[in-house]
Design a protein around this ligand. Sequence first.
Ligand SMILES: CC(C)(COP(=O)(O)OP(=O)(O)OC[C@H]1O[C@@H](n2cnc3c(N)ncnc32)[C@H](O)[C@@H]1OP(=O)(O)O)[C@@H](O)C(=O)NCCC(=O)NCCS
Length: 313
Amino acid sequence: MSATIRSYRGADEGALLELWRVTMTHDRITPSVWRTKVLLDPNFDPDGLLVAEDDGALVGFVLSLVRRVPYFLQGLEPENGWITAFGVRLDHRRQGIGRALFDAALARMATLGRTRVAISPYTPNYFIPGVDVEAYPAALAFLHAFGWQTISTPIAMRAELTDFQIPPVIADLESRLRRDGIAVRSVQPTDLPALMAFTVEHFGWDWYRFAQEYLLALFGAGADDIGCWVAAHGEEIVGYCQHRRERFGPFGVAPAMRNRGIGRLLLFNSLADMVSRGFHCAWFLWTGQDAARLYHLAGFRQMRQFAIMQKSL
Ligand SMILES: CC(C)(COP(=O)(O)OP(=O)(O)OC[C@H]1O[C@@H](n2cnc3c(N)ncnc32)[C@H](O)[C@@H]1OP(=O)(O)O)[C@@H](O)C(=O)NCCC(=O)NCCS
């Protein structure tokens, strides 16, 4: 074997991603996924990411991890280590490079006191649950040659939703459950205390983290960026107003309902909402002279004026 094994360096990123692309063919990633799921993982240690270099080029890699920080109350799992990705370039296979990479990664994990290594269920930053048996037959053969055992066989699934409909039997089920006092509905903020306790109690910390990630976006900072106000007349909407962060609008009232102050109310409520979210100004790019008078009432001043130009040919 002419390749040498060494630890990953920051400057290897481009070459490593290219190596990933040609070896982990069914699980390609973008540079941003690489940075967020690997390099910025608090457990990432360049010494656990071993690369094989041959004549100045990266030809193989193995990404191994042990916990350096506890995973919620799951802790450090001091007996466990994981390998989440590996590959050797096609033109360098069957030269012992995979073996040398694995030997080095496993020796390091043994030195760190690990007694069990799994491919690849490392929460939360795994890429795939294990070796895809159809996509990576060579990896399976390679691992078998070194005594790795299959401990479970999870499957991935997909449904086509184009003509998806709720069948009558499920609708009946819903009514039956409702009679029993069980309603299935979208999550409300009032559900959060019970929901978070439920995820941990029944499904553990990784599910808690997964739920938390989505709920942060649903109820947290991202959701706070956007406001939408409506003016309703009975069940009819007669005006609305939106903003994203400091950008205000568009905003409009039904022609038949104008000149009654509805627009003013929408505007002022919306601006009060914006300031309570921590935004210190409001701006927009496009209005006419008439609406400008209304905006003026709320403290808007002209910042720029544009000339839209045209030429008849
Ligand atoms: C799995 C992989 C890393 C092996 O790399 P490698 O450098 O070719 O492996 P080695 O040369 O060290 O192989 C060591 C032994 O493993 C076994 N082995 C490796 N590849 C094999 C294959 N395709 N078929 C049968 N046995 C194989 C052999 O026993 C081999 O010893 P030998 O060549 O003396 O017979 C490589 O095939 C690869 O990159 N595959 C695609 C990426 C991948 O599947 N990643 C895992 C996704 S979960």
